[in-house]
Design a protein around this ligand. Structure first.
Ligand SMILES: Cc1ncc(COP(=O)(O)O)c(C=O)c1O
Length: 436
């Protein structure tokens, strides 16, 4: 096992050839040392001293309480510093530093991501976001007119649009599960909803591991096994935008065939980073959207032939993985669950308050969807902003109505208290107001 001191040294270094460049400040380095000083086996879920060190590793605004982290996450200062450093370097001579120097580290970054994902490096491609990763799969799969895809009305709109384009253009058929009501705390029911729609023509089942609107977790492995048992021709596509680096699992354990994730959400990598995972045996048969001389070759790198883009962004992913590993996914998962439940348990009894998010860790993560009966999602969003400068995400989608409140690892408990106090205040105002 890597010695802690070596690990710390690695944290301070670049991703390879550019080692020992002191691009982070002494304060940032000392802060990282303190984070690493905690014994890995210690439960720190409610240890506010520990999480205070994490807060100092970020540069969160003191003027806004950001509870909209499910959209995109801020980066720790060390990741911002790495990005600035690589960017400055590349501006000295772009083709030399991007294509000759930084690109040499591409395989090291791939390996780091593969370690975190628990899979082979040869199954991981880096790209710009979950949309690009999932659209590569959705538009690259070989399907015929009449082939059926099972997905849900609560899947992410970009993915619904991707499959619907194929429906319009090529005559595939989409069948929809409707997750209503949410939350659902019955895994058998969640599995049944997908299995019931499977026919002999079903070729694809598309699953959102954590539904972005409410934070509902789906039992991907159980669904995958059950649908494949009914029709062995099925391949399972997983949208892991919200679970990668938030929930502890290894991709191969999900029993899926293809997966796409964002790295700028829970991994805190630079804006515009994502990951495509394709099970080794399916790489050759998946078409690319930026073809090379041989688009059907058995090499995951064929999905990275995008042309010129920001190599500094890609290289800084390695630093985000280092920062993440210094905390560990299990700790992050537990802390986020704790913060979300800290809020919900203190608000469930407020008059007219409701939530569409489970309090159970098997069915939820960091995301909480909340509302007040008689208030639109826009009204609640505006009220939180006006009263306390708490920024949330208003949601009105299918059967989901409310605001999405999402803390992150840098969120101090006093910010959660502020949200709770403001919600109590809104509940009081509502009680005073004449009913609509
Ligand atoms: C479930 C889900 N899938 C996909 C995406 C798209 O992610 P990206 O912005 O990285 O393309 C999102 C974004 O919020 C999401 O919530």
């Amino acid at each position: 096992m890597m010695q802690r001191r070596n690990f710390l040294q690695n944290l301070m270094l670049g991703t390879g050839g550019l080692s020992a460049l002191p691009f982070t400040s002494q304060a940032t380095n000392q802060n990282l040392q303190r984070i690493l000083g905690y014994a890995p086996q210690k439960d720190v879920t409610t240890d506010e001293d520990y999480w205070a060190q994490i807060q100092w590793a970020f540069s969160a605004s003191p003027n806004l309480i950001n509870m909209s982290n499910a959209g995109v996450s801020p980066q720790p200062i060390m990741v911002q510093d790495a990005l600035t450093h690589y960017n400055k370097l590349c501006n000295e001579a772009p083709t030399y530093y991007m294509w000759r120097i930084l690109d040499e580290n591409r395989e090291a970054v791939r390996s780091k991501l593969a370690d975190l994902a628990g899979c082979l490096p040869d199954e991981i491609a880096m790209n710009r976001n979950a949309t690009e990763a999932l659209d590569t799969i959705i538009l690259g799969l070989e399907l015929q007119k009449g082939d059926e895809v099972v997905m849900s009305l609560q899947d992410y709109p970009n993915m619904l649009h991707g499959w619907r384009q194929r429906e319009k253009r090529e005559g595939i058929v989409i069948k929809y599960v409707n997750h209503n009501p949410l939350p659902c705390e019955d895994n058998d029911l969640l599995v049944r909803r997908y299995v019931e729609l499977v026919t002999e023509n079903t070729r694809i089942v598309h699953l959102t591991h954590m539904i972005n609107w409410t934070g509902q977790l789906l039992p991907v492995k159980a669904i995958s096994e059950a649908v494949k048992k009914k029709n062995p021709k099925i391949k399972v596509v997983v949208d892991a935008a919200h679970t990668f680096a938030q929930i502890a699992y290894k991709i191969p354990d999900l029993g899926c065939d293809y997966l796409g994730a964002s790295l700028h959400k829970w991994l805190c990598a630079p804006f515009g980073t994502g990951l495509l995972w394709v099970k080794k045996e399916h790489i050759a048969s998946l078409w690319t959207h930026t073809p090379s001389d041989n688009p059907l070759k058995d090499d995951i790198r064929k999905f990275e032939g995008l042309g010129t883009r920001s190599f500094p962004i890609e290289m800084a992913i390695g630093h985000a993985v280092n920062f993440h590993n210094a905390i560990g996914t299990e700790r992050i998962q537990k802390r986020l669950q704790y913060l979300k439940n800290y809020l919900l348990t203190r608000c469930v009894d407020l008059p007219n308050f409701y939530t569409q998010t489970s309090l159970k860790p098997e069915f939820s993560g960091a995301i909480a969807l909340i509302g007040f009966k008689g208030m639109t999602s826009g009204e609640l969003h505006n009220s939180l902003m006006k009263k306390s400068r708490i920024y949330t995400s208003p949601v009105t989608w299918e059967n989901v109505v409310g605001v999405r409140v999402t803390p992150h690892i840098y969120t101090p408990i006093k910010d959660m208290d502020k949200v709770i106090l403001t919600l109590q205040d809104i509940a009081k105002d509502q009680n005073k107001a004449p009913s609509k």
